[in-house]
Unconditional design. Sequence first.
Length: 159
Amino acid sequence: MGIPTLPVANEYVVELLESSLEAEEEDELSVVPSSTEEASIVQAKVRLAWGLAHSCRGREDYSRAKDLTTELLCLVKRSTQRRMELMYLKAVATYNLGDLQGAEACVDELLAIAPRSTQGLALRDMIRRDMMRKRGAVGGAIATAAALGAAVASLLAAR
C-alpha cells in the first residue's frame, strides 16, 4: 500500500459546484426561504467547500474553503455529523495551504469528537509525516551548513 493522498477536484467540478450554489442562492432570493431551502443552501456550500478544499486550482481555492468552512461551523450547531465533515474539510484546506500546525489543530479538534474517524486519522498521519519530513530537511540543512562552516574554518586555520 502506497502513501495515501487526498482526492483532487478538477476545475470543472469546482465551477459546477460554484454555479450550483449560485443557483440555490438565486432561488432563495425569489421566495421566502423555508428551513428546507436553507438546508439545501448549506448543503450546496458544504459541497463547494469540499471542491475548493480539494481543488487543483491552488491556494486561492484552499483559502476560500477554509473561510467557508469556518463560516459554516459558526452556523451549524446541532448536527455533529455535519460539524465533523466541516472540521475535516477545514483541516484539508489548511493542510493544502501548507499550514501543517494549523491543519493538525483542526484534525485534533475533529478527533476529539470522533476518535475513530478514518479520514481524520489518515489526514493526521499525512500531516505528521510531512512535519517529520520538514524537520528532517531543516535538520539536514543545519548539518550541511555546520559541515560547510567547519570546512571553511579548517581551510582558514590551515593558512
